[in-house]
Design a protein around this ligand. Sequence first.
Ligand SMILES: [Zn+2]
Length: 304
Amino acid sequence: MNRYRGRFAPSPTGPLHAGSLVAALASWLDARAHGGTWLVRMEDVDAPRCVADADQLILQQLAACGLVSDEAVVWQSQRGDFYQTALDRLVAQAAAYPCACSRKDIDAALAAQGLARERHHAAVYPGTCRPERGGLRGQAARAWRFRLPIETTVHWTDARLGNQQQDVSAEVGDFVLHRADGLWAYQLAVVVDDAAQGINHVVRGEDLADNTPRQILLQRALGLPTPSHRHTPLVLGADGEKLSKQNGAQALDLNHPLGALNQAAAVLGLAAATGTVPEALAGWTAHWASTICPPPPCSTEPLP
Ligand SMILES: [Zn+2]
């Protein structure tokens, strides 16, 4: 087995808050407990949602908490050529196709089938522009979509959530790789970058768990390995939704990093620590290695 390589991949849409620190701390502890490498990657493909300098602020916040990337930080906004190469490969093997549908077109096609978009849910793409159904029919391409394989039920095992499955065809449909606004879709960027960085363990917030089957299908289509997954508990805001800027998340207090870390540790089921930040991290790493990540599936590989 390859040596452990994990990552924390925040979107710089604002400073870190109590919820995002949970994923950062869990991914760092899991990497350290395995004697592995921990990377930070800025997921800034959705440029209009990113906030100027939030990336630098996040790195400062992480550093104040003792969490520093073992290798140079990567920005997805600088990696468009790699995403284009992956899309070209998928197109060449007929696993991607152009789509002319607007959101309205998709809703209309679903309504014609007697289906309506569920509240809070993106519409399941009905496959209108699939090549075998006539393709673009003379319209201009807006986006590129992944063409799901015939077997679309994906099973995977999450280190915390256990056995999971999703029928991607029924729940998502052929999903977007390159958006109508010219931006790269999160799914493609994550899969390309995890492979390029040799990531073999993904530890991230539970809100991202239902992206996993789409990413596994993309990995299979591109001939890339699938990492193991652990999805961490979410911190909820006052409205019961995942904590975010919109429901009152505060930026972490850099003057009291141990307080912020203790809050995140509590969400992960770890006891509160006293002393310095390095002492706290060392104690939690030892606990993580002995209890949360038990041998044999998580045994630490000896150094080469
Ligand atoms: Zn379409």
